[in-house]
Design a protein around this ligand. Sequence first.
Ligand code: NAD
Ligand code: UGA
Length: 456
Amino acid sequence: MISRILCIGAGYVGGPTMAVIAKHCPTVQVVVADINKERVAAWQSGHPPIFEPGLQEVVRASLGRNLRFTGDVEHEIGEAEMIFVSVNTPTKTFGQGAGRAADLQHWEKTARSILHHAKRPVIVVEKSTLPVRTAEAMERIFKNRRQGQRFEVLSNPEFLAEGTAITDLETPDRVLIGGAETPGGQAAIGELVDIYARWVPRERILTANVWSAELSKLAANAFLAQRVSSINAISAICEQTGADILSVARAIGTDRRIGAQFLKAGVGFGGSCFQKDILNLVYLCEHHGLPEVARYWEAVVSLNQYQKERFVRRMIRVMFNTLAGKRIALLGFAFKANTGDTRESPAIQICQELLAEQAHVCITDPQALEGARNIFGSSSERVTFEPDPYKAAEGAHAVALLTDWAEYRTLDYRRIYDAMERPAFLFDGRNLLDSEELHAIGFNVYAIGRPDRTDL
Ligand code: NAD
Ligand code: UGA
């Protein structure tokens, strides 16, 4: 029975995942180590460095009991029996495979560090999303082991979504564990199954070989992103033909074979993983001589790009073909509601394009304003940041809703309208608002995949 777990990487995945493991396994010492000292200090003080509903309570429940955050990665490796690797694996920005392949430098540093500092047999668990056959590469690094060292490598990809991380970890649809088909591999799988089985029903813990587990993670994200691009592609047809994407999505989604989830048309998917993982899949396909398969998945990403461009193009067209000097309020900057994460947020590209049109942009967001400032703070005098959505809309020619925060549903839109320039434009990039009501107030309303509501 494992009694000491280390997780390397205290980010969006490492922090929440380990907090939930610590909660359900009070007899297991759980340590999370990271090279980012600020992040470590925030976690250890009980004020997580990321916004995630329910996270603070779960962290505080175990902090000081069996959960600890530290910057001393090397020392902790020497103590651990099971090491989760949850470091970032962004898209490579240089050299071969730039813009597609995963950048594995953090992952490889971690593998080497484990090799140098492990003092006892260790089960190494890939938590980060990695290209297929990465575990094999890790095993090759571990072949250089010293006497007494023993490593088993498992793949245990994480399926949590930001904004719902705690519920996803508490009641996952499934936990997937891949391991070698050897006695050692099967024993390691058994140890990890025993951890999850403390709170996850056994029938939801799936086991597989390592490569199937690695590929399943990339495939799951590709399928989810594909649904978003599919509904967004249909939204473009709706805008041309007068069909309403909400009716179409309902009609499609009531077919049980298709299902209702992930059929919300919008400004495109964002987040740190969908695009990165699909590009990774594309690179894998190319590497294995499957160009047709690569092009198929690549289209999901290019459609996503097109959706963001299309949104801005529509703004320019209906606002009399010029945005120069106009003030535009962006409601929301996070890539989705209930997170402060701005990584790959559609708002970034939309904001860039609006600035290229010489518009003045005022950004508001309940959790992601700091993130927005980090990206645009020094780029142009034409960007401002405003926590209060009413102030953001003051004197604006247009409001563009980019993140589906529930609180944007209940704003006083009459007050917003009264403070705006005429004609007042509202672009609902998430189909969050009641277009008819807004039109009755006086707005010219343009929602994704829906007929225009305008008097112009
Ligand atoms: P993140 O950037 O939030 O966290 C990664 C952490 O690893 C950082 O704090 C960084 O300082 C640390 N780190 C990097 N190199 C290190 C090293 N050598 N030693 C110690 N710490 C190191 O990333 P994330 O969003 O948590 O994602 C981590 C992995 O999980 C990625 O592979 C991602 O694809 C995958 N994933 C993410 C999500 C999500 O919702 N964010 C969901 C499922 C899977
Ligand atoms: C996604 C997956 O849902 C997780 O299972 C996975 O673990 C994670 O990626 C990962 O590997 O990082 P996440 O990116 O946090 O989670 O959030 P999602 O809820 O999947 O949303 C992704 C993007 O798609 C958001 O920008 C969201 O607004 C958009 N989206 C989602 C839509 O535009 N329409 C929808 O119907 C659903």
